[in-house]
Write a protein that binds this ligand. Sequence first.
Ligand code: 5GP
Length: 177
Amino acid sequence: MMHADLKKILITQEEIARRCQELGDTITNDYKGQKPLIVGLLKGSVPFMAELIKHIDLDIEIDFMDVSSYEGTESVGDVRINKDLSNSAQGDDILLVEDIVDTGRTLRRVIDFLYQKGAKSVRVVSLLDKPERRVVDINADYVGFVVPNEFVVGFGLDYNQRYRNLPYVGVLKEECY
Ligand code: 5GP
């Protein structure tokens, strides 16, 4: 059953599960022999990260960062780091987990920050990609799904902190903004 506040479902629970399996297999292959640190950006990446790491068959560690750049549905230019990694990133091969790449500002800032902290490599896996909205010339290395230029919620993505628990990704009805 679709949530009553949604206009449509863009990506179903089954499609997400299948894609996480595929991404996990690819990442497992690409990082063979390495022990990547998987870093989730709070809070939107949590459901995706949980599903994805089940399919990463490597000796990994996980950590989280909290950055903020978004108020309501409007992006603001600056990105603030609210919570840093628990450990030093020195020499780490980091796989950053994002819910969506929109303007690209968050990614640019966080990737630069991780290299400043001494990361050896930083790659990005994002559940969603909204290429039409890009302002900064940057892309995720691994993308689950490309979405059109609409405000999406579910599977980690919120509107004013709601809807993160929906097991699918969909578009809110206009009257719910
Ligand atoms: P960027 O810095 O790439 O513009 O923004 C990335 C962040 O903005 C994402 O991590 C996400 O929190 C938020 N964001 C961008 N587009 C959407 C969207 O369509 N829906 C929701 N819920 N959040 C979005």
